[in-house]
Ligand binder design. Structure first.
Ligand code: SF4
Ligand code: SF4
Length: 312
């Protein structure tokens, strides 16, 4: 551990005050379902520990990495990236080619059982995985090697957690989730993309308690995925009163009625979008008049589409 590492001091350079930092820690406590009194302990944990992280990107669109980099608190990703000593992350690292791959090998060989592996994207498995390769190795080989030697594997996004659009029918590359392709036990931050605040909170939980959060039967952290969207939706009263939007732009839409009849999948989707919302808590899809498309459920491209049609 680097004793001289001082998060508030480093953030001050970016114009972020200690008060802002404590506000962030309080917000993290809220996301994790902990009392606000945990904020000082979160601040301590975040400032004290520097586990190494490798962020691997397989068959994906980089949307999850983008979501993470643009977390609610614009500098929160900096905290996590600084605090965590991110050794390998293709989207943001300066190294490339042999040099970058050497860094990854070094982490796997020298920090066995100590580093966190974050994985984004599905794994093509057809024809021995030839449809996804980096530096001459298949995604499958890389995921297995890096995952087997990690302290924890955190999957971000529907592609890594359940195959995503790559695994949608007819799935020409035989794409599978990380857990399915490798047999590894994974924490699944499902969503397309997952909310960055849930990603940061999962890492903060690990730093605070030295273990990963409790999971549901699909590997999703309960703090974020235990409730249905429908359970916490602000339009629920209209659902109960049978006040439905029949088509986009109609009178019901103007009045903020329930979106069930224009395809909302909130009644079968687990996520905390209505609670923590997006973009600094500004709003969320249903709040803005768009039905939930069920992006945090396995196989949502096949199971939840067509997106704008009521499920029978
Ligand atoms: S908009 Fe969707 S989630 Fe909200 S009450 Fe209607 S069906 Fe449920
Ligand atoms: S409202 Fe539904 S579709 Fe939208 S991000 Fe949340 S879980 Fe995904």
């Amino acid at each position: 551990m680097d004793k001289s590492f001082d998060v508030p001091e480093r953030l001050a350079v970016k114009g972020v005050t200690r008060r802002d930092f404590m506000k962030f820690c309080g917000f993290m406590a809220t996301v994790l379902g902990l009392p606000l009194s945990f904020a000082p302990r979160i601040a301590e944990a975040v400032a004290a520990k520097r586990p190494t992280v490798v962020w691997l990107q397989f068959a994906e669109c980089t949307g999850c990495a983008e979501s993470f980099i643009r977390t609610t608190y614009p500098w929160a990703a900096d905290i996590v990236l600084d605090v965590l000593n991110v050794a390998y992350f293709e989207t943001i690292m300066a190294a490339a080619g042999d040099q970058a791959e050497q860094v990854l090998d070094d982490v796997v060989n020298k920090e066995k059982g100590k580093y966190i592996a974050i994985m984004e994207g599905a794994i093509p498995t057809k024809d021995n995985g030839v449809y996804g390769q980096i530096h001459g190795k298949t995604f499958l080989e890389i995921a297995k090697k890096v995952g087997q030697n990690a302290a924890a594997v955190i999957c971000v996004g529907n592609c890594a957690c359940s195959g995503g659009v790559q695994a949608a029918a007819p799935n020409p590359t035989g794409a599978k989730s990380i857990a399915e392709a490798t047999g590894l036990k994974t924490v699944n931050l499902n969503g397309c993309p997952p909310n960055a605040d849930n990603m940061v909170a999962t890492v903060v939980h690990f730093l605070l308690l030295g273990k990963l959060p409790a999971l549901d039967d699909k590997g999703r952290p309960l703090f974020a995925y235990q409730y249905l969207i429908h359970d916490n939706c602000e339009r629920r009263g209209h659902f109960e009163n049978e006040e439905f939007v029949k088509e986009f732009g109609d009178e019901g839409a103007a009045k903020g009625w329930c979106l069930y009849k224009v395809g909302c999948k909130g009644p079968e989707t687990h996520n905390n979008c209505p609670i923590i919302k997006w973009n600094q808590g500004t709003n969320w899809p249903i709040g803005a008049g768009h039905p939930c498309i069920g992006c945090s459920e396995p196989g949502f491209w096949d199971n939840m589409s067509p997106f704008y049609v009521q499920k029978s």
